[in-house]
Design a protein around this ligand. Structure first.
Ligand SMILES: [Zn+2]
Ligand SMILES: [Zn+2]
Length: 612
């Protein structure tokens, strides 16, 4: 709620703070690709009579879609400033801000280099093969003038071509954007050997830009046709999109490492670690396509109130990522199914796996969906130098949100006898907050929603007051009402102990490949009660020497109530302890059909599972 107040304050007072916009123009060059150095020039002209004695150039701490702090300023080097050939003095006033004194000039030019060598949806890469960047990791904004229109000019190396989600003609090197936030929402590929394939759906043009660093196996044309199937399924749900062009920017990195998917207003950036010729990589890419394209509506346009315009000097605190990411996760799986890539059995198995992950998670009764969203700066690819307990205390807003979506979808279908579904909630929210709301800020059309807004829309569609439901399952940590939700469509959740139901709360340190070293143990677990602690090296269980690949099987020879002698090495000494197993800890979850379900339930099930 604090952030809502801030967003409104920015919208109301921004015109007073910035009576006259600056003229801001960016130049991006990359004359030495092997150096990984992006060369950036920012030209700023202030209006006559502007009394501010300096211009502040600021690197954002993060950029949209990844909520942990990225500290882009760490890769800035060789900053300098001048005006018409005259050097201007500047100082670094904090970790992200370079203050340039105007010294009587109206125009200020800042130049700097940015090192980038990560193929990622957040960081940039320049190497001898290409340049790939998103925006915030390369471009500083002018503090106080983030809302001003900006220009961008790109100077690629010889024979390298430039493409992004706002390319309108071949050989385009210049762009104009209504504000900085829109400029950095446009990942760009620059290189000699990317390909482009196009198709149209309902009069809109879709571009598929592929940069393959490995073998495509002749599969690109079928890949593009399969993307079209996903586009048709999603447009079928949302209706014709408002954009004229949309670009899938896809890397097949062939490095077993680089992997990402990032949503943008008129594009998505997808990075696969494998090659297109590989079947698994091919279908992984399609599932990511299904997820990211759904974001063109959910999060990029229909958005939580905290998501834009942004304060880039601190991480965002967002309550609604379980909708923005979690519902997108649900629909990504659903649209992959609706597009015909996965039959109902496999679709239900996918959902069962998410139930299993969440229900077996130690944080499931500790962290709510809303709290998980607020923890995003700590859990979304965040790096921690201190030891944290997040393994015990944090839950994925992707997966918990997926399950909230599943439950809501099925309950609404049941309560409305199949007249409505979660699709109606999404469409109605998109219409009210994006299409029909007056613009709340310079950033984008419409306004962001609060959780209360979203609960109201859900109530309207469901035909009942959902306030308590949100209190229990979104803000609270009560077990989701699977039985109610699934039985309405003739399904049930079957829970049984896994074949190896015990870990005793032991988590193995993945970084130590030599021995069975304990990582962060689960709270209140048998291992913790036995006196085990992080760093202990497990030697024997019940007298049997154990290694990384057999300790779990050895432990699972025992059952509830057994007292098991174990030995560990701790501080160079061997210590003996006794582990006592409690009830089974890990369960298998399977969504299956109820035999003899009612005809009504079967009809609702078919409407859900067989939708095309
Ligand atoms: Zn590339
Ligand atoms: Zn996403």
């Amino acid at each position: 709620m604090i952030r809502l107040g801030l967003a409104l304050a920015v919208a109301l007072f921004a015109p007073l703070q910035n009576p006259q916009p600056y003229s801001i123009s960016y130049h991006l060059a990359m004359s030495r690709p092997a150096s990984h150095m992006f060369e950036v020039t920012v030209e700023v002209t202030t209006p006559a009579g502007d009394s501010t004695p300096y211009v502040d150039f600021q690197m954002p701490l993060w950029q949209p879609g990844r909520y942990s702090v990225a500290d882009f300023a760490a890769n800035v080097q060789e900053f300098a400033a001048q005006s018409q050939g005259r050097a201007l003095s500047w100082t670094k006033i904090d970790d992200q801000t370079w203050r340039v004194q105007k010294q009587g000039s109206r125009s200020v030019t800042a130049v700097y280099k940015v090192f980038g060598d990560d193929l990622s949806g957040t960081y940039g890469q320049l190497d001898v093969g290409h340049a790939s960047y998103t925006g915030g990791e390369v471009f500083m904004y002018v503090a106080g003038h983030k809302s001003d229109a900006v220009e961008l000019h790109i100077q690629p190396p010889n024979n390298w071509r430039v493409v992004n989600g706002r390319t309108e003609r071949p050989d385009q090197h210049d762009w104009q954007y209504p504000n900085y936030e829109i400029m950095i929402d446009n990942p760009t590929e620059i290189g000699p050997d990317w390909t482009e394939d196009d198709f149209k759906v309902e009069g809109k043009t879709y571009h598929v830009v592929v940069h393959s660093r490995g073998d495509e196996g002749g599969r690109r044309s079928s890949f593009v046709r399969d993307i079209e199937k996903i586009v048709r399924a999603e447009v079928g749900m949302w209706g014709t999109p408002e954009f004229d062009n949309y670009t899938f920017m896809i890397h097949f990195a062939d490095d077993d490492r680089s992997s990402d998917g990032m949503e943008h207003l008129t594009s998505t950036q997808i990075i696969q670690p494998g090659i297109l010729a590989d079947r698994e990589t091919y279908y992984d890419a399609l599932t990511t396509v299904a997820h990211e394209f759904f974001h063109a509506w959910n999060v990029k346009r229909l958005r939580p109130v905290e998501l834009g315009p942004w304060d880039w000097t601190r991480p965002a605190a967002t309550r609604g990522l379980w909708i923005a990411e979690g519902f997108t996760q649900y629909y990504g799986v659903e649209m992959y199914h609706r597009a015909g890539f996965e039959d109902s059995t496999n679709f239900l198995r996918d959902l069962s796996e998410t139930v299993e992950t969440i229900e077996n998670s130690p944080a499931n009764r500790l962290m709510s969906a809303e709290a998980s969203s607020m923890a995003a700066p700590f859990i979304d690819s965040a790096l921690h130098r201190q030891r944290t307990n997040l393994g015990n205390t944090s839950l994925s807003y992707y997966l918990k949100g997926e399950l909230i979506a599943l439950n809501l979808d099925l309950l609404i279908r049941n309560w409305t006898r199949g007249q409505r579904s979660l699709d109606d909630v999404m469409r109605r929210a998109y219409d009210e907050f994006y299409v029909k709301s007056p613009n709340a800020s310079y950033y984008l059309k419409g306004r962001g929603y609060t959780i209360e807004d979203f609960a109201r829309i859900t109530s309207e569609v469901a035909g009942r007051d959902m306030t308590d439901w949100f209190a229990k399952y979104v803000r609270g940590v009560e077990p989701l009402p699977y039985e109610d939700a699934l039985s309405g469509v003739g399904l049930r959740l079957v829970k049984s102990a896994q074949s190896q139901p015990y870990t005793a709360g032991i988590v193995i340190d993945r970084d130590d490949r030599q021995v069975v070293r304990l990582g962060s143990l689960q709270s209140d677990s048998a291992a913790e009660h036995a006196g085990l602690q992080q760093g202990d090296v497990l030697l024997t269980i019940g007298g049997t020497p154990v290694a990384r690949d057999n300790w779990a099987a050895t432990l699972n020879r025992y059952k509830q109530g057994d007292r098991i002698p174990i030995t560990v090495r701790r501080f160079r000494r061997t210590t003996e302890l006794t582990l006592q197993l409690g009830p089974p800890e890990l369960f298998e979850y399977r969504i299956e059909e109820i035999p003899n379900a009612s005809a009504d339930a079967k009809r609702l099930r078919s409407a859900w599972l067989d939708a095309r």
